[in-house]
Design a protein around this ligand. Structure first.
Ligand SMILES: [Zn+2]
Length: 95
């Protein structure tokens, strides 16, 4: 049953003109920033570096946003959590 629904959705998506519909704009594939730069060493004490991986609320950004591979996303998460523990990064912001 679930498969049937999926097929229907796929057919409907094909009807859209991909060039003109912003929802289905072609996405450039993101390259993992840590794999890309071999000299890049993730450091939990480096605030400027970690800022790229959290949003303004202090939440860790998802992989679809950071573009990191699974392995490096785990490293990023660990680094951010360590930075939070030593009070370099906030757990959350006051609103
Ligand atoms: Zn990577």
């Amino acid at each position: 049953m679930a498969d049937k629904n999926k097929k229907k959705n796929n057919n409907r998506n094909k009807d859209y003109d991909e060039d003109f519909n912003p929802k289905f704009r072609k996405q450039r594939k993101k390259v993992c920033p840590l794999c890309n730069d071999k000299n890049f060493v993730l450091d939990y004490k480096n605030l400027d570096q970690l800022r790229k991986f959290v949003n303004d609320k202090g939440k860790i950004l998802p992989r679809r946003t950071t573009g990191a591979c699974a392995e490096h996303q785990r490293d990023i998460t660990l680094a951010v959590k360590r930075a939070r523990h030593i009070a370099i990064l906030p757990y959350t912001t006051k609103d």
